[in-house]
Each structure stands twice: as structure tokens, then as C-alpha cells.
Design a protein around this ligand. Sequence first.
Ligand SMILES: [Zn+2]
Ligand SMILES: [Zn+2]
Ligand SMILES: [Zn+2]
Length: 473
Amino acid sequence: MTVGNMDSAELFDAGKKGRGLRATKELYAGDVVFSEPSFSAVVFDSLATQVCHSCFRHQDKLHRCAQCKFAHYCDRTCQTACWDEHKQECGAIKKMGKAPSENVRLAARVLWRIHKDTGIVSDSQLISVDQLEDHVADLPEESVKQLKKDVHTFLEYWSYGRKQHSVDDISQIFGIIKCNGFTLSDQRGLQAVGVGLFPNLCLVNHDCWPNCTVILNHGNQSALSSALHSQRRIELRAVRKIPEGEELTVSYVDFLSLSADRQKKLREHFHFECTCEHCSQHISDDLMTAAAESEGNKPSADKVREGTALTKECLQKIEKSRVEQDYNTVVKLCCECLEKQENVLADTNLYKLRVLSVASEVLSYLQSFSEAADYAQRMVQGYIKLYHPNNAQLGLAIMRAGVTHWHAGQIEEGHGMICKAYGILMVTHGPNHAITKDLESMRMQTELELKMFKQNEHVYHSMRDAALKVSSS
Ligand SMILES: [Zn+2]
Ligand SMILES: [Zn+2]
Ligand SMILES: [Zn+2]
């Protein structure tokens, strides 16, 4: 399949939701519905010197653009591949003496591209950028203030011959970026490193229990010639079987929140009311707030309320210690909190899962792998009951838990989890993604170790049997 191919999806009128995309043929879990290069993208201000401005890989050593001294690249190939995108920006940064914020840089890149190519860059692009939703009229006062500031900086920064834009036009571009900007992560998917605009992806509506997931593919950067250097692009991948004609959806928010909280977030960030099945029927809300139950004994409602309030308070303290990098205190607080939750909150309760997640992460960092593995195991068991089986977040959590078990010397559990994570990521990320490739080699390594362990165990048992025989004869 070629980049930008739109054979599997078409634009349609999705009723109240406005425009949408639907499948034009039956799709299966792991199928790439379409892939799309970014219309424009920028690296975050805070990472401008650590992430390549062309391929968005996090690298230890980057080369600086000699002209503007702002843009950084892996090598000449990356720089050449991105020159078209950077050319005008380079001049503008030099003129201004410093680079403006990421929002302003992205807005300018979008406008430069629109001038060069008009809002459509290929036949497979279904919508021009200026037709995307901007919701400028719905912005709260605080955001309007920021928008005005950004527009002001933009006017100072912008240069395109004599071509000038009205404040309204520029505000619209900022609005489009705000509601459609897609966060780009580094090659391992571990850190958010930038933001970009993908027009076709913007047409995919939200569902809290979606049939697709979106993943950033950094392309093939090993090619030495910039002509063969494939572009960074997103892939929309099916997470289950999708019949022809069904609307394609992705989730704009993480599923692990109560339906009312997800709806609030979607209202504030994306300006719509989510009426998906999971929100309207409050599916899994009961599990996410559940009380512990053992042998038919349930704690009283008061006790659950008290336990929840204590956890909320504790999570604030945990966060504070974490920011201060006082990790021993974080662990102490987590353990105390989990003790108080015992027999009060269920293992699928969101508050318990948050504490388990922090505890396993920080203990791994402190290299207390056995303890970390116990917490990770409990967390994953909760996640499995809540997430869709092909959810990318679930896959990544199982992967981390597997690695923790492996480090803890629990090779059997570790290998099992790594295999499970691999199965999920083959669907959500595909076989060519860097994380899937990492998982593949971990899977082979742990398989080998497991074999050795089993062999040794066998040797151990047969030796013991032999010893017993000798002593009994
Ligand atoms: Zn690069
Ligand atoms: Zn430059
Ligand atoms: Zn929903």
C-alpha cells in the first residue's frame, strides 16, 4: 500500500457529528486503513535541541542549522529532506533573532505550505486545511487572550513577500491547530516531542471505544539518499473487524476515566458532547469506582467514600514528592495508600490503579524489580478488565510489566507478558514500528532464557531425584 492511499475509506455525512470517514470495504484487526504524511509539524520548544526537526527522532547528537542556529537534525540527509519545510522559517527566525513558540512556528509552517501548494497537497487529501474546524468562537476568555498574543507574535514573524493576512485568518489557523493538532511522539513512543497537522486524520470522529487507533510511523530514515528517505506519517489501523460502511473512529482521550470525566475533557478540548455507547450507557464506570469484595463481604459506602478521599489526598502528596524527585517518599506513600485501600477499593478502581502505576514505575526506576513486578502485575490485571483487548496503552503497559518481571528474574511471567504485548502491538503499531521490533527481540531473548531456565530446572530436579534414590537404597 502506498502512502496516502485512501482506497479503504471515504468521506460521508455522519449526522450530528458532521463530517466523518467510513470503511469502503471490510477491514480486519491490524489493517492499515490509510497512512498520511503530516501537512506540517514542529518540534516542541522544550526539545528543540534534542529532537531532529525532520524525522522527530530523539537523538543524543544533533547538528544545528548553520543559518538560524535553531533547527537541529540527525545528519545532512534529514536536513535536506526537510529543507522545503524549513527554508522560509529559517529566514524568519534569523530576521527575528530568535525562534517564536511552537504554536506560532506551526501556524507559519501551515500558511507557508498553503501558499506553496494551496491547502491540498495530494489527490488523496480529502479536505483542504482551511476547511477544518477551528472553534475560535467557542474559546474561553483565557484562551482568547493567548490567541491574541500568538497572533501578535505571528505578525512580527511572518514574511512571505508582500502577502499579508487578516487577524481573523491567522486566528482561524491557530484555532485549527488547537483543535486538530496531533501530538507526535519520539521513535520509541515514549515521549511527546512535537505537534503536527494531518488533514485526513482530522476527519476521523471520536468514540471512547473506537474501531481504529492512530500511530506515528517515523519512516525509513536509514536510507542515505534524501530522495528515498520516507516521510514521517501517521497510520490509522483497525483494532477489530470493521464491516464495509461502518464509520471509522479513534479515541481522542484515554479510556481510563469515568464517562462524565471523559465527556468533560472532550467538551473542553474538542467542543463536542460525547454520546458514544460507552458514555451514554456508562459502561465500565461501575468497575472504575468499584469497592473491594471478598467472600460476599463489601465495605460500607462510608468506608469506600473515606478510602477514595484518602487516596485523592495521598495522590497529591505522591505527585509532589515525585516532582521533587524524592522517590523513596513516593514509594513509602504508595505503600501506605495501598494498605489503606486493601479490602476497600477493588483492583479495577481507578484510584487504586493510579497508585499501582506510580508504585511500579518508581520501584523499577529504583531497581527494586521484584516489588515493582508485583505492583505491575496487579495493575495489568486491572487494565485488562477495563481496556479494549487491542488498546495501544494496554499493550505498552503489559510490555513494561513484562520487562519488569524479566529484570526481577521472573522469566516465565516476563516472557508471557512480552508475548502478549507483542500480539497487541502487532495490531496497534504494526510489525515495522521501532517498539514492535524491540519487543520482537525481547521475545526471542526471553524465550531463550526461559528454555535455559527450564533445562536447568530439569537438570536440578533429576539431580535431586538421583540423590534421593541413592540415599533411599
Ligand atoms: Zn532525523
Ligand atoms: Zn535554519
Ligand atoms: Zn464517549
